[in-house]
Structures are given as structure tokens and as C-alpha cells.
Design a protein around this ligand. Sequence first.
Ligand code: NAI
Ligand code: MG
Length: 335
Amino acid sequence: MNTSKTKNKYQIAIVPGDGIGKEVMEATLYVLEAFDIDFDYVYGEAGDECLQKNGEALPEETLQIIRDADACLFGAAGETAADVIVKIRQEMKMFANLRPVKAYPNTNSLRDDIDFMIVRENTEGLYIAGEESLTDEGAVARRIITREAEERIIDYAFKYAEENSKSKVTGVHKANVLKKSDGLFREIFYDVAGRYPEIEAEDYYVDATAMYLITQPETFEVIVTTNLFGDILSDEGAGLVGGLGLIPSANIGENGALFEPVHGSAPDIAGQNKANPIAMMLSAIMMLRYLGENEAADRFDAAILKVLNDANILTGDLGGSATTMELASEVKNNL
Ligand code: NAI
Ligand code: MG
């Protein structure tokens, strides 16, 4: 048997940040140690503590570490979150925000067969800095929809479906009212869909989608939508499957990608070894898949599933009394 298999080597930027960000990062790296993958970690500082220490929440040095890396794992920032994470996304032109919505056993999920991905446009729509201003009458915000950015995100969603054996993509918009901007989104959606004949394409209005996510969440596979709608629907998705301790996310750009739990620094439980590290671990699994390490990702995922199924070692948010590191050890033992 040939055992001299060469390992893949990756440079990973590690930005633990504040509060439980540091704890869930430590727990996740502890599990990643078990894989036969050569990760070269480069640590970067960012967040509230970094601001106190260095006078800025996101030093240029940290941005450079993220730029130079193959991928970044990010924990959580505190009050400076907007200055840190939003700035990284903009600097790195991370145009796709991916939020998987998946039911795990022994959690507060509405149903046990929920499993879909929300692909949100991350660079335009209603969320462009400088496009909101005060006027004599009140205030106005401009909503920008460009062919380039919408085609890029819609194509990303179809490609994601193709690569992950999903059979359907749902485009979400409000083209009945926003006839020009979302009319364009819908037109581009079906243009792109034409390039993927094996994948079913359907579209819904965003308000109807908000309802269908409650009444028939099991029917969705991949949802693609503009920035604001994606922001709102992804929090609805988090609510569907219960609990911030379980929701990962990815921010993908052409020159880099960042993986982070959806939760923040949780000052109410920080420093107590109580935080649920699963959202951070699932973010690391998304990173493994991004890097093409699917076998490792499957093993890591299966180990988490086993721990949740057994329900012996769970953190407080899931009704257990285990510590962050006890849960991490249990996951590692189940690999
Ligand atoms: P949060 O997500 O930190 O906490 C909300 C609630 O969920 C808290 O009760 C917390 O204990 C609980 N929780 C969150 N993650 C958990 C986990 N892994 N295990 C167990 N329980 C968990 O949101 P909050 O309280 O609104 O914000 C706290 C700080 O985090 C703020 O300074 C905020 O700016 C920042 N924040 C940072 C984000 C980021 O870095 N991406 C995202 C959201 C908030
Ligand atoms: Mg949000």
C-alpha cells in the first residue's frame, strides 16, 4: 500500500476576534488537528480588544493576512462588528453570502427535513455605503441592481446547485412592484437558468417566500436573491432550524473567502467555556468544501451529527451542560 500520499497545504487566516469568538475558534481548531491536511495558520487581530490595544478595530496587517491566505476563519467581533466584518467583505469583494439552513436532530428545528442554501448578493441592492442620504422631506436610499453583479450571483447559485446535487433553484424578488429593478433580476434569472437545463428554475415574490418558508420549508433547495431580501430571509431561515449556536456562513469572492458563525461575541456567556462551537465548526466544514477537501468535510459533518443524535454531550443552548471543549472532544472522538 502506498502511504506516501502528499498532503494538501493551505494557508489559513485565523481571526478569532472577541468574546466567544476566541472560544469557538479554539474548539474548532482542536478538531481540525485530527485531519491529515497541512494547514498553515496565520493569526490576525480584529475587533473590540484589538481596537483598545492598537487603536483600530481592523488593522491593515490583518487585512493583508486575509488577502494572502487561501481562506479565512473568523470567530466574532463585538461592538466593532460592522467596522470589521463589513469592511472585510467590501475590501475583499466577497460578493456571495452563503447561509445554509439545515435541520439537525435534538434542536428546535420546525421540521426535521429542512435543508436548503440561501445565496445572497452581498455587494449592491439597498446596502451600498453612500447611497442613503437625508433630504428636505426626510431621507432616501437608492437601490442599485446591476446586470454584472446579479448575473454573477445567480450563476453562482446555479453552479452551486449543479456541484451539490441540488435539483432546483428559486429566484426571489418583488418584480410585481419593483418592475424595473426586480424585473431585470427576474429576466437575468431565467437567462442564466437557460444555461443549466438539468436544474429546475422557479421564482417567487419575496413576501410569498417569507410565508412558504414557514408552510413548506422542505420544498426549497437553493434560494438566490438580492442583498436586503437575502438578509431578512436568512434570519428567518435561522429561526426555522432553531438557535444561533448552529448557523454557519460563508462569504465568497473571486480572490478569497471568509467563513464565520452567524452569531456574535455573546458577552453574556463569554469566558465561561459555555458557548456552542458547532456554528464555528460548520463554518470550518464550509471552508473544507470550498478548498475541495470534501472527504474531510463529510467526516467532520458526520461526527457533529453523531454527537447531536447521541445527545449526551450538549452545550447549554441545546439543553445540556457540557462545556465548549467537552463538546469539541466528543466531536473529535467521533471522527
Ligand atoms: P450574539 O449572537 O452575540 O448573542 C445573542 C444570544 O445568543 C446571546 O444570548 C448569546 O449568549 C447566544 N449565543 C450566541 N452564540 C451562541 C453560541 N455559540 N452558543 C451559545 N449561545 C450563543 O448577538 P448579540 O448579543 O446581539 O451581540 C453581542 C455582540 O456581538 C455585539 O457587540 C454585536 O455587535 C456582536 N455581533 C457580532 C457579529 C459578528 O461578528 N459577525 C454578529 C452579530 C453580533
Ligand atoms: Mg442580518
